[in-house]
Design a binder for this molecule. Sequence first.
Ligand code: SF4
Ligand code: SF4
Length: 428
Amino acid sequence: MPAAVRASLSAREVNRPSFRAPAARRDPERVTPALLADVRRHGRFDAHCLNCGSCAVACELSDESITLPRRPIRAVLLGLKRSTRESLEPWVCHDCGDCAIACPQKANPAESMRTLRRYLTGQYDITGLSRRILRSRAWHLGALGVVFAIVLALLVVYHLHWGELTMTDFVSTALPMEHMFPKIRYFTWIVYGIPLVFLTLHALRMQRMTMGRSGVPLRHYAMEAWTIFVQVVTQKRMRQCPAEQRKLRALELFREEGREAGVRLVPRRWLKHWLMAAGTMAMIVITGLFLSWFQTDAVHAWYHPQRALGYLASACILWATTDILVRRVRTPRAERRPNALAMPLLLWLTVVSGLAVHVVRMLGLELTTHYAYAVHLLITVPMLVVELPFGEWAHMIDRPLALYFHAVRLRAAAELPPEAGLAPAHVP
Ligand code: SF4
Ligand code: SF4
């Protein structure tokens, strides 16, 4: 860390209470010199921050209880591992890039927030797999490959054993689809059950890490439970990010002055994000709970709820993921974070392969349907088993949970005396 940066930072300031578990202030926190290097293994994290605070002023999501993105960046630069792990602030950030435009050092604090979220996702995971997958392309591809191989083996064994086919028949004979419907329902439950178990453990560890020692009474958790629902359904934090027109004007100004802003404008960000989340949740609910209704041999009219819902959810996901993919592919390779393409690409392929199964099935191409369905499973299952609990998709639960824990802490702070250490505080 540059000496000027080190001199301008004070551990006492970072240890102020907002968004922090109070026990952390009772024991002095040890410095972990390797923290910055560890965080950087998850992506880019610029250490040239001068602690000027321009980013926190520019961030629309900063308020009296949240200092974004300056405070979490300072905690990392100071090597305060416990403070970093206890912080919920990186999850409040919705990646709008305003702070990067405002930063006089061009330290791209928005990118640092992204990296920090990846680091925290790895810290919440109890198995340690997430840390490896988020840091290493080899681990990421290896994990996807192992699940791919298991699904392929299951498909072959299923057809040879239950379908009583020979190996030669297996590659050339199409069984009717109905024989597998009951079994595929149990298989789907297992596939959804695996991420559910790991994400539950992940959520419990996150609670322990960020709230565990704060002694907040249970009733505050119960009274704020609606926060999770509201955040998941509306994504309303993201809506608080500033208007695109304002950002567009700022970027034009940068261009006129010949300066590099370090961020790109994403038109209709909230709408795209909301549609992708809504479409994905709808697909998970339909296939997880109503598979026997959704996956039948009956071909309904296109406006039948069974088909219309599937088309609508697919269209939402395809629009949003195509947009993400195009933007990420256009980002210079050196600026791309590790594994940036994996999640949107797998989601896009899942929807396209699902639609392909639907089309060839309606055309009556039995053998093609069989292969298309196998390809669909070979893409979808690794995505659900690896990306959802151990990859970037874990933010689907990390973000609403963080906002929930923050609301719980604010509610408790209003009731408990200041000595309890929950009251929000300004950082000078
Ligand atoms: S604006 Fe840049 S230099 Fe200033 S505190 Fe934020 S990240 Fe650091
Ligand atoms: S990216 Fe946007 S929301 Fe996140 S810290 Fe920067 S200004 Fe705030």
